[in-house]
Design a protein around this ligand. Sequence first.
Ligand code: CP
Length: 315
Amino acid sequence: MRHLLSTKDLSRAEAVAILDVAEDMADVAGREVKKLPTLRGKTVVNLFFEDSTRTRISFEAAAKRLSADVINFSAKGSSVSKGESLKDTAQTLAAMGADAVVVRHQASGAPSVLAQSGWIDAGIVNAGDGTHEHPTQALLDAFTIRRRLHGTSARGRDLDGVTVTIVGDILHSRVARSNVWLLTTLGAHVHLVAPATLVPLGIGDWPVTVGYDLDAAIAARPDVVMMLRIQGERMHAAFFPNAREYARQWGLDDERLERLPAASLVMHPGPMNRGLEISAKAADSPQSTVLEQVANGVSIRMAVLYLLLAGTVEL
Ligand code: CP
């Protein structure tokens, strides 16, 4: 694998192969000695132009568990504030010897520009670009669903027949987009539920069904309910729903949690707005996979860095 820019690019076999390598990496996490020497001598640069807790730290943990050196770059406090461009910033870091660059950027398409421009020779991983994609989030979500459904016999399996309802701010969500492409490629049925103002134009071309009523979606007994964060920072005031009204109509509150089948998973990519899109009880319930998603993120990111930089599995 040369770059990971989008889940839309992955075939079912490729996606299953990445999830299977992540299973091997999760086995490493369970060992007494958690480090592998695989990427010794390689350097991974985390190039973050937008804030992050989970993605940046788990890429750092993943690289270190594979014995790579890690350089962390945040736009805040850097020469970006003096007007330095993406090209010059990336080339500066590449001159320090980057083998892989993990990019988060507010502009949709920035990681693809880095991958295709020839400005640097490193493998590029998209760690979230604007409202476009967040492929490693979708991979860790698929990995979490597969593990919860199939336990220790998850290897080699896809998500054929699994029903996933994704709820909330679809318009601004790169997590939703990456999950739609990946989960449907893996055979899941994806149903999107959102206020009409938070449904993107062109959704008719997506391989999903769309509804506006969360209660009807819960009555359909989905295997997974994935709640999305309301992204106030990307929203024009005119689109920002009244918080109380939003929670009442589209929030996974305690009462809706009661109506969900006990076996249905409750997912959220984080960070959560507790009391808005998800209640504290739902977020902390045994059905919630929120912290498993975070832990699985390290295994997925180990797998992606391994496939990018060691590449012993043909994809
Ligand atoms: N899910 C996710 O991308 O979280 P961070 O913004 O904290 O990385």
